[in-house]
Design a protein around this ligand. Structure first.
Ligand code: AP5
Length: 196
């Protein structure tokens, strides 16, 4: 299996690039943000709980997202690999992911981190907020809160993968195609030496 994490702050292009990469490499796309928004749209108890955190720009509790990832991995036993988008976002999530993949006798192969300036991120998110219907994109204070959560709780997760020599930073500004080409180059290189 080849298991990839697409990492980066809110608005860095994880969702946009994931769609292209899963098609190219036949990976299963696991976006915790999308899964949570589906729960909200279906008005499930989990969705209602998650919405109260998401609307404020806070993280949903670890046990909720870890449970979602666990059941998705179970649903895709024959997958060639997974692309994790927006997960893991805390040290506890990274630890849980390792354990879940271990049970499947596999591991994370590579983490690609999209590097984008905060000014560009704010502009992308406010722009998307005009049409997306995402309540966390319309208020700049909530967007700033998401950045501070990312800095304090999520960015340290990268160190975990740096130590394991699985981390690669990718310049995340420019056209979607240019960034996609840089991501593909890094993935192809990692796949060429991939063992499990
Ligand atoms: P989530 O859905 O994961 O959102 P996010 O991380 O805030 O990321 P976004 O979807 O906003 O951005 P993206 O990096 O995917 O960029 P995109 O491609 O969309 O999480 C939402 C919330 O859910 C969290 O705040 C939290 O509450 C909760 N949550 C989710 N996962 C969780 C977890 N694991 N643990 C706890 N809580 C969790 O692009 C953004 C915009 O930019 C788009 O309009 C796009 O068209 C545009 N764009 C993309 N690329 C370019 C480019 N190259 N140039 C110009 N514009 C571009």
């Amino acid at each position: 299996m080849f298991n990839l994490i697409l990492f980066g702050p809110p608005g860095s292009g994880k969702g946009t690039q994931s769609e292209k990469l899963v098609e190219k490499y036949k990976l299963i796309h696991l976006s915790t943000g999308n899964l949570l928004r589906e729960e909200i749209a279906n008005r499930t108890p989990l969705g209602l709980e998650a919405k109260s955190f998401m609307d404020k720009g806070q993280l949903v509790p670890d046990e909720v997202v870890i449970g979602m990832i666990d059941s998705c991995l179970e649903h895709h036993k024959e997958a060639a690999g997974f692309l994790f988008d927006g997960f893991p976002r805390t040290a506890a999530q990274a630890d849980a992911l390792d354990k879940l993949l271990n049970l499947k006798k596999t591991e994370i192969s590579l983490l690609l981190a999209l590097d984008v300036t905060e000014q560009e991120l704010v502009s992308r998110l406010l722009n998307r907020g005009k049409t997306s219907g995402r309540s966390d994109d319309t208020d700049e204070a909530v967007i700033r809160k998401r950045f501070s959560v990312y800095t304090n709780e999520t960015s340290p997760v990268a160190d975990y993968y740096k130590k394991a020599r699985k981390f690669k930073s990718i310049h995340g500004e420019g056209s979607v195609d240019e960034i996609n080409a840089a991501l593909r180059q890094a993935i192809d290189k990692a796949m060429a030496t991939h063992k499990n």
